[in-house]
Design a protein around this ligand. Structure first.
Ligand code: 6PG
Length: 236
């Protein structure tokens, strides 16, 4: 399951590549899956500058922490603050995970909402343990079949219940793009993008079944991959 590696000199340039891909997906009018955590914040800020009109696109969340939407741990809050607040025209729809429900009910509602949706760009992060979205190593969620979203227990902080898209849902995207920077992601990046797929590294299981899979890394995150010779030039 091949991955195109795009290695940039620093986090800012890695974010800029991700922002360009986000803007392209917006202009194509796609249903876009956005990542949580902290890494994509800069990419969202840059994407809002590149393309302030998101009215042709819809947003979905690759995962969400089951906390109120104003909680510092909320991915909806991250996207609201770093992206939506800076747009001239908001997305046609922002599909937040209904975290006011209990995790199982929220997952079932999100699963139902995703049925029949053709996902375009799927932006993902990478945890230092190799997780992506809220798909954690060896978790039952990795085996979920027939579901596009499930409830998940956290494997890393913040230790709150989660809702996550499944491997099947994430891989259905037209293009899967991972964004990971920093030396603390180097070992996970090697396992995710330089070694055979394994449930020990959920990110290694997510590859687009409809198109390309790209990993945008900075030099630090790519340090253990550099000698694999898989370097690619930045592509749109
Ligand atoms: C989440 C994210 C998660 C994230 C990784 C990396 O909700 O936490 O979706 O998969 O991408 O944990 O997080 P950082 O970008 O903060 O390192």
């Amino acid at each position: 399951m091949s991955v195109d590696l795009v290695v940039m000199p620093n986090p800012e340039e890695a974010a800029a590549i991700a922002a360009t891909l986000l803007a392209d997906a917006v202009r194509a009018g796609e249903s876009i899956v956005v990542a949580g955590g902290s890494t994509p914040r800069r990419a969202y800020e840059l994407a809002a500058r590149l393309e302030p009109d998101w009215s042709g696109a819809e947003l979905w969340f690759g995962d969400e922490r089951c906390v109120p939407s104003d909680d510092p741990h909320s991915n909806a809050r991250l996207v609201r603050e770093s992206l939506l607040a800076h747009l001239a025209k908001p997305p046609r729809a922002v599909h937040a995970v209904p975290t006011e429900l209990d995790p199982e009910a929220a997952a079932e509602a999100y699963d139902a909402a995703l049925q029949g949706v053709s996902l375009g760009l799927v932006l993902l992060g990478l945890g230092s343990d190799g997780h992506t979205a809220s798909l954690f190593p060896h978790a039952p969620s990795l085996q979920a079949t027939g579901r596009l979203a499930v409830a998940a227990e956290p494997g890393l902080e913040p230790f709150v219940p989660r809702v996550t898209l499944t491997v099947q849902a994430l891989a259905s995207g037209r293009r899967v793009v991972f964004l990971a920077v920093g030396a603390d992601k180097a070992e996970a990046a090697l396992r995710a993008f330089g070694e055979p797929p394994s449930p020990a590294t959920p990110a290694s299981l997510v590859r687009s079944t409809a198109g390309k899979t790209t990993a945008i890394l900075d030099e630090a995150a790519a340090a253990l991959l550099r000698d694999s010779g898989e370097r690619e030039e930045p592509t749109r």
